[in-house]
Ligand binder design. Structure first.
Ligand code: FUL
Length: 495
């Protein structure tokens, strides 16, 4: 009976050639309709999984925490490193409760001090008072992550202001030995962070001078990345740097992805190191030939490391919420830094800010008013249910609304059934087959009129529109006004 009813609707919809049926999905003649071809480049499986993580935490911790610096000179004695109440479980559970899916730890920052007892240098935790030299914070944190289900990531600063051999080939061998040590002892890691800060003055084993390296050749990154891939073939490690190859810097440390944000970019334009590169990093390029999505790294405090004088400057839950909207809400992944204090704990102020942030997120996105809502599409691919509008409200990330090849515009009307206040609209493209949408608008039905709510550009993995004032409406219309190829929308949520 149900099938017949739906079939009838399909016939009507086909005749009217306009509206899709939301309901039973078992009937379709999809076999005759080909799936949309991918628009290259597309994300790898590891990049897709990374997009889905949405929020990760950064942990900056080293001798700087105790010397009150941001960039240690490299001559700090390991004796200053003495967290007396360090509790990796407190870090990880605090972060997990806040909703983070991964954690990236500064195993070594620019000062060269190692948070694990590396056998390749004496400038480590083994020569600190922490646990009488028997401590290993990389181990403690990676194990706490495993225990609580957070993915673990590694930051190992290429610039090392402690090493006498920095700037020579010997240092590259040292750096690679350390990568091998970390990946074979504490792995697997989901992301490896290669910082952009390089060269300049430092202690350098007592030389106390300024050293410049040629960033384009000194590190020979392709060889290093190949090595890391050998230490950890699976799951694949994603490499972050200004230019990728897997994840790019967003071009600022303010929590802002571009309001136009393509996960695609040409990396030769990045390596050229041209002026204005920050702008390009934040927007990506519509015609980019590589999938290198932007990561938004920003600190919960003004500095990356803990400073007691910044206890009153921890970002508020509202500020963190705004950062969520300008990062995750613009198709990027957020990497929020939460630096432990001198006790070795995440400070009470930061814990409170994270809790407040989580609460704001939970409240804002508690009830999806569009869940399983009826959807009418102006057109849909081959008029088969496989590509019908109802796919955007079915809570299945593997289904999507699509148009026919060559049709690069179209509309969806989401019928929520009754008038209710709307504050946020969240859209997602089916990026497995490439990022496509170049511009779209959002409207709300008000009586017989459609009230314009937003006019935006890219969607990508996710786009969240926040309205200044809630708007009471029963129907939301999404108009895709330009797309690189037929648009594929996997989700529309309304809150
Ligand atoms: C920068 C570094 O110089 C900062 O100290 C910090 O680690 C930040 C995440 O990246 O380039």
């Amino acid at each position: 009976m149900m099938k017949k009813h739906c079939l009838l609707l399909i016939v009507v919809a086909f005749a009217a050639s306009h509206f899709s049926c939301s309901g039973d999905k078992r009937i379709s003649s999809s076999a005759a309709v080909s799936a949309p071809a991918p628009v290259l480049p597309v994300p790898t499986a590891a990049q897709l999984a990374w997009h889905e993580m949405e929020t990760n935490a950064f942990i900056h911790f080293t001798t700087n925490t105790f010397t009150n610096k941001e960039w240690g000179y490299g001559d700090e004695s390991p004796a200053v490193f003495n967290p007396t109440q360090l509790n990796a479980e407190q870090w990880v559970t605090t972060l997990k409760d806040a909703g983070f899916k991964g954690l990236i730890l500064t195993c070594k920052h620019h000062d060269g001090f190692c948070l694990w007892p590396s056998k390749y240098t004496a400038h480590t935790i083994a020569n600190s008072p922490y646990k009488n030299g028997k401590g290993d914070i990389v181990k403690e944190v990676s194990e706490a992550c495993k225990l609580h289900g957070l993915k673990f990531g590694v930051y190992l600063s290429p610039w090392d202001r402690n090493r006498a051999d920095y700037g020579t080939p010997a240092y590259i061998a040292y750096y690679r030995n350390q990568l091998k040590e970390i990946f074979s002892t504490y792995g697997p890691a989901f992301e490896m962070w290669f910082d952009g800060a390089n060269g300049g003055d430092g202690y350098y084993g007592g030389a106390k001078e300024s050293r410049k390296i040629d960033g384009s050749s000194y590190y020979d990154w392709p060889t290093t990345l190949k090595l890391v891939n050998q230490f950890q073939p699976q799951p694949q490690v994603l490499f972050f740097s200004d230019a990728g190859p897997d994840i790019r810097w967003v071009g600022n440390e303010k929590g802002l992805a571009g309001s136009i944000n393509w996960s695609t970019i040409n990396n030769d334009t990045l390596y050229a190191g041209k002026a204005g590169i920050e702008q390009l990093l934040s927007t990506g390029s519509a015609d980019g030939d590589k999938w290198i999505p932007a990561e938004v790294d920003v600190s919960i405090r003004p500095g990356w490391f803990y400073h007691p004088q910044e206890d009153s400057l921890v970002k508020t839950p509202e500020q963190l919420f705004q950062i969520y909207l300008t990062s995750v809400g613009r198709g990027s992944t957020l990497l929020l830094n939460v630096p432990p204090d001198r006790r070795g704990l995440i400070h009470e102020k930061d814990v409170a800010a994270l809790k407040g942030w989580r609460q704001l997120l939970d409240e804002a996105f508690k009830t999806n008013l569009a869940a399983h809502a009826k959807v009418s599409a102006s057109t849909y691919r081959g008029h088969v249910k496989t590509y019908a509008g109802a796919n955007v409200t079915d809570d299945d990330k593997e289904t999507y609304w699509a148009t026919d090849d060559g049709v690069t515009t179209g509309s969806l009307v989401i019928d929520m059934g009754k008038n209710q206040p709307v504050k946020y609209i969240a859209l997602q493209e089916y990026i497995k087959l490439g990022q496509r949408v170049k511009s779209f608008t959002v409207e709300a039905r008000q009586g017989n009129n459609w009230k314009p709510l937003a006019q935006e550009s890219t969607i990508g993995y996710k786009r969240i529109i926040k309205l200044d004032q809630p708007v009471a409406t029963d129907q939301i219309r999404i108009n895709i006004t330009a797309s690189k190829a037929c648009p594929l929308i996997s989700s529309v949520a309304v809150y």
